[in-house]
Design a protein around this ligand. Structure first.
Ligand code: XMP
Length: 512
């Protein structure tokens, strides 16, 4: 088997680093983000066809500014520096970078000389998205300026050494021809073939799982979400019934969800699944718990107990399958260190150590949309592929204050209406998440001839790429009106509906 074509992206802290990786992968070339200070061994072990140095917020003049391992500059293959990455190249090879204390952002008209492979096939004049603090005054010896904007050197290169720099961002949509530019780098300069596809990924993943797990047994906690399901499906292809899946009803699922999902797992996907009804155990432990983090802790601990008991019934198990995705992996190695814990999301944290299980994480290299494509290829029904994410602690973090059976019932009814109406409006697959939240306040209302004093539900709908940031969705007044009418009329116990218009940041997606 030939080695997989890889482009290494060194992360100097740009907000666009993940976007560069996605653009490269969209061109069917596998890309991997490594921290800026990755050792040369780490980089070389990927046998990169090219290396991209990302942008970043620093100035090459700052003490403590991030620099790559020096061997990167001697790399024999193509190097492409973007923004800060370009300044690093200019600085290192002896050019003159001019310090500036003001950052300039925005669209700029670029003109290129028509000599560079990077701009092959592109119009001589085009708009690009600039973002620069420092700029290049004088390119290093051996380099030439191949494109400019009215105020800056936009691109430089030393084609004999295959070193390229762009002062703008080809990866963002505001650079309309940016994708072609990146393709030129990948295919004309790095000589990539673009053979990284969903089916090649699946083949490689199967080989790796086989090599790792051999004849042993594995368990997998299914959450009902697409990540754990696709991870289980991949491992199931190699292990068959040596994989035992466990799907726990913690009493915090949505209306009808446990039965529906269990049926899909068993009858359509033919997974070997134990469905565990543990509703009472969870609700008993949640009694009187109001603090959001305490809720997560209680649910996480109880989950581990239930899972451990069930896994023991599966016999001698050595491996735990998890649907960890690429953004979780890169977040933990990012330049600025692990981001501050805002919410404790890892519901099964501590499980592998406690049970002495080794981890199998077949999706560690993939972004969410890539996981969905793998799911499709593995025969996951479309309905399941497009399921919106749902948090591990379930409705518990959407019931503010104490979680009780009666409040769960209220929220389930309201939430079902939100889902029905969002689907009916054709919005369900276009929205990252849409749901109802039950608030811990009562308000006065009037229904028929009588006064009511009942609960308030908030509707939340957000667009997001990965859950890290989000924008609220401007649902139409008509749809909001229908939601409000139906919830107040159909759910006894709710007399007021409000709509959340907070983005993330400063809000979070869930209310707890
Ligand atoms: P927040 O609320 O932090 O949510 O903006 C970001 C994404 O993560 C989901 N979420 C969770 N997922 N366990 C999970 O598995 C959790 O405790 C948890 N809290 C939030 C949330 O639904 C959104 O997709």
């Amino acid at each position: 088997m030939t080695a997989r074509e890889t482009i290494v992206i060194l992360d100097f802290g740009s907000q666009y680093t993940q976007l560069i990786a996605r653009r490269v992968r969209e061109a069917k070339v596998y890309s991997e983000i490594l921290p800026f200070n990755a050792t040369w061994e780490e980089i070389a072990s990927r046998e990169p066809k090219g290396i991209i140095l990302s942008g970043g917020p620093d100035s090459v003049f700052d003490s403590g500014s991030p620099h790559p391992h020096p061997a990167v500059y001697d790399f024999k293959g193509p190097l492409l520096g973007l923004c800060y990455g370009m300044q690093l190249l200019a600085h290192h090879f002896g050019g003159k970078v001019q310090r500036s204390h003001r950052r300039e952002y925005g669209r700029a008209p670029l003109e290129h000389a028509g000599t560079s492979e990077l701009f092959h096939g592109l119009p001589r004049k085009m708009d690009v998205w600039m973002s620069h603090g420092d700029h290049i005054d004088c390119v290093p010896c051996g380099f030439s300026i191949v494109a400019s904007t009215p105020t800056a050197v936009a691109a430089m290169e030393d084609s004999s050494r295959k070193i390229y720099g762009l002062q703008f961002h080809p990866e963002v949509i505001h650079t309309p021809r940016g994708t072609e530019l990146l393709h030129n780098f990948l295919f004309r300069i790095c000589g990539c073939r673009g053979e990284w596809t969903v089916s090649s990924f699946i083949r490689e993943a199967e080989n790796k799982i086989h090599a790792q797990v051999g004849e042993s047994h594995a368990v997998c906690a299914l959450s009902g979400g697409v990540d754990s399901t696709v991870a289980a499906l991949l491992v199931h292809r190699v292990l068959g019934d040596r994989l035992t899946c466990i799907f726990v009803d913690n009493g915090l699922l949505r209306a009808g969800e446990f039965e529906q999902v269990l049926t899909t797992f068993r009858e359509e996907l033919h997974l070997n699944v134990r469905g565990v009804n543990a509703q009472e155990r969870f609700l008993t432990r949640l009694a009187a718990v109001e603090d959001p983090e305490q809720k997560r802790r209680v649910i996480g601990e109880e989950f581990i107990r239930v899972f451990e008991e069930e896994a023991h019934r599966a016999g001698r198990v050595e491996y735990l399958v998890q649907g960890t995705l690429y953004p979780d992996v890169i977040e933990s190695v990012s330049v600025r260190g692990p981001s501050a814990v805002i919410k404790t999301h890892h519901n099964v944290g501590g499980l592998p150590e406690k049970m002495h299980l080794k981890l199998v994480e077949p999706l560690r290299e993939l972004f969410k949309d890539e996981v969905r494509n793998v799911g499709r290829e593995l025969g996951l029904p479309e309905e399941f592929v497009i399921r919106q994410p749902f948090p591990g602690p379930g409705l518990a973090v959407r019931i503010l204050g104490e979680v009780t059976e009666s409040r769960l019932q209220l929220l389930r009814c309201a939430d079902r209406i939100v889902e029905q109406e969002i689907r009916a409006a054709g919005l369900y697959p276009k929205i990252w998440q849409s749901f109802a939240v039950l608030l811990p306040v009562k308000t006065v209302g009037v229904m028929g001839d009588g006064r009511t004093y009942e609960n308030v539900v908030a509707i939340r709908a957000v667009h997001s790429q990965d859950g890290m940031t989000a924008d609220w969705v401007p649902l139409s007044y008509e749809l909001l009106g229908r939601l409000s009418n139906r919830i107040v009329n159909e759910v006894r116990g709710i007399n007021r509906v409000v709509f959340d218009i907070t983005s993330k940041p400063p809000g979070t997606i869930e209310w707890e």
